[in-house]
Design a protein. Structure first.
Length: 385
């Protein structure tokens, strides 16, 4: 018996349908054959329980020892030996539920929930899309994200202060800037090597093609815990801040092209993304002091590839320490030894994030939090086997 047929028989039993002697024996044997089969049976029972409970209040499970062997759940009669054989299967199913920690039908009220994630600031760019310039056409200089105030954990709306503006893109496949646009294969997203998918919604930001879009927003500092706050800014000594975002550039060209996310200002801060001083255009990070990029670190990952960038900033007396992972596994906190880039930064505090670009690049799913889990929520997997 294959898994599909076994699960169909479990559904039939849970719906009160009688099974043939042959099906009862085969299902019992299938459950006992492998631990994976028992696990699949339990998950099916769990899902069935949830769906049934949403439709009606279920009665307790029948007492298999005292139930009349001539009756079935719909009141019809059946041969005594059929009930007898199915009693054994029912007992096995009940045992699976108990051993694996589930209560069979009536007491399960919710499906498993995704891992809890509590970023204190989040922007998914879930705004109505803008009109996208035609290939190699003039980039808009007004509008953009100016005044848009979605997301959570911000003290003000987005502000555009460049000569050009960022726009909201909904369907990258429909709007390649040229036939070589690496973003035309779909919206930004991320799945790690184990198949865990980053939770994401909405559209995405696209920085300008040409100089310069400068899109920035002030954070609601009070949304973070007191241990992270230094007066009216973030970055108290002894605290840690995590940030993550998705990004993909038009292609991997370097030679002065740039598009990056910045924490802090041009006097002191941190830049992550496609940086102008990286000749090959790979994803990079640099500290900022007096408007200059210092301690530049470049990865081996081309900026034409979509990635998730995760950074941890350790605020210390004096210089801070930034550790960056590109495309980490989402299930557990990554080790420093597995980091992609590490660098010291000047002592800084901040209350603003900025996205600047002169080379069209997409950004999405910006999260700031106090733990790795805060900034890497995993989308719930389907409960249906």
């Amino acid at each position: 018996m294959d898994t599909r047929r076994a699960l169909e028989l479990i559904d039939a039993h849970l719906d009160g349908e009688p099974l043939s002697d042959a099906d009862s024996d085969a299902l019992t044997e299938w459950i006992k054959r492998r631990q994976e089969n028992a696990d699949d049976a339990f998950r099916r029972i769990f899902l069935h329980s949830y769906l049934r409970q949403q439709l009606q209040a279920l009665p307790p499970l029948p007492d298999l020892e005292n139930e009349s062997p001539q009756s079935s759940l719909d009141g019809s009669s059946g041969p005594p030996q059929r009930f007898s054989r199915w009693s054994a299967v029912g007992a096995v199913l009940a045992l699976i539920a108990i051993v694996l920690g589930g209560l069979l039908l009536p007491t399960i009220s919710t499906l498993p929930q995704p891992r809890r994630s509590h970023p204190f600031a989040y922007e998914g760019f879930d705004y109505p899309p803008d009109e996208v310039p035609p290939p190699l056409g003039d980039w808009p200089a007004t509008g953009g994200l100016d005044g848009r105030d979605g997301g959570e954990g911000f003290a003000a709306a987005w502000v555009e202060s460049g000569s050009l503006v960022s726009i909201i893109e909904a369907n990258p496949s429909d709007h390649p800037w040229t036939p070589q646009d690496m973003r035309q294969f779909g919206q930004l997203g991320y799945s790690d090597r184990f198949g865990n998918i980053l939770q994401s919604v909405g559209n995405q930001l696209r920085s300008s093609a040409g100089p310069l879009s400068d899109t920035h927003r002030k954070i609601d500092v009070s949304a973070a815990s007191a241990s992270l706050r230094h007066g009216d800014k973030l970055g108290a000594d002894g605290s840690q801040l995590w940030i993550s975002f998705l990004a993909q550039s038009f292609d991997s060209s370097g030679d002065g092209r740039y598009a990056y996310l910045q924490l802090g200002d041009d006097d002191a801060g941190l830049r992550l993304g496609k940086l102008r001083n990286v000749p090959n255009g790979n994803w990079s990070v640099a500290a900022v002091t007096n408007r200059a990029e210092i301690n530049l670190r470049a990865s081996e990952k081309p900026s034409g590839e979509g990635v998730i960038i995760v950074a941890r900033i350790e605020f210390r007396p004096g210089a801070e320490q930034a550790t960056i992972w590109i495309n980490p596994d989402l299930t557990e906190v990554p080790q420093d030894t597995d980091s992609t880039l590490r660098l010291p930064t000047p002592d800084f505090r901040f209350d603003t994030i900025s996205i600047r670009g002169r080379y069209s690049t997409d950004f999405d799913e910006i999260r700031l939090g106090e733990t790795f889990q805060d900034v890497t929520p995993i989308a719930p997997k389907s409960a249906i086997p």
